[in-house]
Design a protein around this ligand. Structure first.
Ligand SMILES: *Cc1c(COP(=O)(O)O)cnc(C)c1O
Length: 357
């Protein structure tokens, strides 16, 4: 066997049961809450066979030890829970809304101290890490698609004694491996690209060190945030096609970004140069943006991202969305459909909305 295996091979083979006559190729769904005593399993909130198979795959993909959670937010809360009382968390000004709101809540409760920084201002990020317990990074950010200088921020945070978590949901392990860049923890909303079919909720934390992974696992047990066996099975099935899905969706995104940049109805296209997520700022403002979202037929007007299906939404329609996000910004999650069908549909919706404004 060639070592190390490439990521295109890992997504297909990781988490497989051992080979042998009559062994299934795929891990079976074991829907048990409890197991006969004396073996590796006791109670499913702690560990279970289908969850183990998924965690093996997630760990192999992010080069660490993975713990799966019932949602990305459950994983995020477990990571926040590792910070001692009164500890400082440094977080980006445009982070995933749920994370940003939860961090502000914890700060208001006096549970943590929160320092907000612009993720693409590296010196400011490093300066804010003095005396901090945790640097929380997301790169690219949602939905502004800012890119952080991960190696510089991570080493600056470590010099200051802070642990570093990177939310890698947007880039996926196909395009970026934060643990290889020195991060201590990687967060995923498995709900998104990893599972890839918009049909389940799940999250994961992947730790560089086994000891930190054990602390994370204890958080899952005590917070009660274990995923179901069926969802673990579905997520692993989704991961089998992660590499070709990302490749195709990224190709589609690049074609669309180039054409959208020249579109008369658009002021600005945000795209970091890689990945499947892009954002457009519509020249006519929020009404034209809403009109565009209501006119599409191949794209779906829906939240979330990373699935086989192309989705779009105006982010400021959410009351809790950060005020730094422009009112007319539409986030596009590009899927794996035919790119000409996607272009034709979006172009017609943009022109229709701009023409009737
Ligand atoms: C969706 C998302 C989350 C939260 O995950 P859920 O599975 O929805 O709980 C966290 N971070 C990012 C970047 C996300 O897109």
């Amino acid at each position: 066997m060639r070592e190390p295996l490439s990521v295109e091979t890992i997504v297909v083979t990781a988490g497989r049961p051992p080979a042998g006559p009559d062994q299934p190729l795929n891990p079976p769904i074991v829907p048990a809450s409890s197991f006969h005593a004396g073996g590796a399993y006791e109670y499913a909130r702690e560990a279970a066979p289908t969850t183990d198979a998924l965690e093996a795959a997630l760990g192999a993909l992010e080069h660490g030890t993975a713990v799966a959670f019932a949602s990305g937010m459950a994983a995020a809360n477990a990571a926040m829970d590792l910070v001692p009382a009164g500890g400082v968390i440094v977080a980006p000004s445009s982070a995933y809304t749920g994370v940003a709101v939860r961090l502000r809540e914890l700060a208001a409760l006096g549970r943590i101290d929160l320092r907000i920084v612009d993720a693409d201002d590296t010196p400011a990020v490093i300066e804010a890490c003095a005396g901090a317990a945790l640097l929380w990074l997301e790169s690219p950010t949602n939905p502004l698609l800012e890119v952080a200088d991960l190696p510089a921020c991570i080493s600056g945070a470590h010099d200051a004694g802070a642990r570093v978590l990177v939310d890698n949901t947007f880039a996926t392990p196909i395009l970026q491996n934060p643990l290889d860049l020195g991060a201590d923890l990687v967060l995923h909303s498995v709900t998104k690209a990893l599972s890839g079919h918009s049909d389940l909720m799940m999250g994961a934390l992947v730790a560089a060190e086994a000891e930190l992974a054990e602390q994370v696992r204890t958080r899952r047990v005590l917070l009660g945030a274990a995923p179901s066996a069926f969802d673990c099975y579905l997520a692993l099935r989704g991961i089998r096609t992660l590499a070709i899905r990302i490749e195709r969706a990224q190709d589609n995104a690049r074609v669309l970004v180039e054409r959208l940049a020249a579109h008369p109805a658009i002021d600005r296209v945000r795209y970091p140069g890689f990945g499947t997520i892009t954002a457009i700022e519509v020249a006519g403002g929020p009404d034209v943006a809403d009109g565009t979202c209501s006119r599409v037929e191949v794209w779906a007007h829906a939240t979330s991202l990373g699935g086989v299906d192309s989705l779009l939404e105006r982010r400021r329609r959410w009351p809790l969305e950060s005020a730094v996000v422009p009112e007319g910004l539409i986030r596009l999650s590009v899927g794996i459909e035919n790119v000409e069908d996607l272009w034709h549909d979006l172009d017609a919706a943009l022109r229709g909305a701009a023409g009737s404004a």
